[in-house]
Design a protein. Structure first.
Length: 154
């Protein structure tokens, strides 16, 4: 039995096919292929029964990050049409990510991490912070707010 998120993606592909939304179909098919490849790499022959929503979310996050980098690269190269296509694909992928918490909620969560740790070991602090946040915020945002909190406590 496949997890709910992969089922949702496959259903969305079918609906998009019916509507004739080619960009959405292509984007989601590429995502599903990436999820399957990752699942096979992780679980081998038992990937269909072992796949979890967390695995699917990890792949979506990687795809989002890749598309963001592509948008920047295409914009810097003056390729506006390719950057626009990447932005559209990014919008489609972002719909499947959970809602991120606000900066204020993030600061509240991270205050405990900063208070109980050595501010000189940023790597360890970041690891603790990401575990506490639990995927509710992007690593870049967590890092930025963590640095602000360390500066304020210094």
């Amino acid at each position: 039995m496949l997890p709910m998120l992969i089922d949702q993606l496959q259903n969305d592909v079918n609906e998009s096919l019916k509507q004739g939304n080619r960009l959405r179909v292509d984007t989601l098919r590429f995502l599903i292929a990436a999820v399957r490849n990752q699942a096979i790499a992780l679980y081998g022959n038992t990937w269909e029964t072992s796949l979890k929503d967390a695995d699917v979310l990890d792949v979506i996050k990687k795809q989002v990050k890749t598309h963001k980098e592509s948008v920047l690269a295409f914009e810097n190269a003056g390729r506006k049409e390719l950057a626009e296509k990447e932005k559209q694909e990014l919008t489609i992928l972002a719909q499947f990510l959970p809602k991120e918490i606000s900066d204020e909620e993030l600061k509240t969560l991270l205050a405990d991490v900063v208070a109980g740790s050595d501010p000189n070991n940023f790597g360890l602090l970041m690891k603790s912070a990401m575990a506490k946040v639990g995927g509710k915020a992007d690593g870049g945002r967590v890092s930025s707010i963590l640095k602000q909190l360390i500066m304020n406590n210094a």
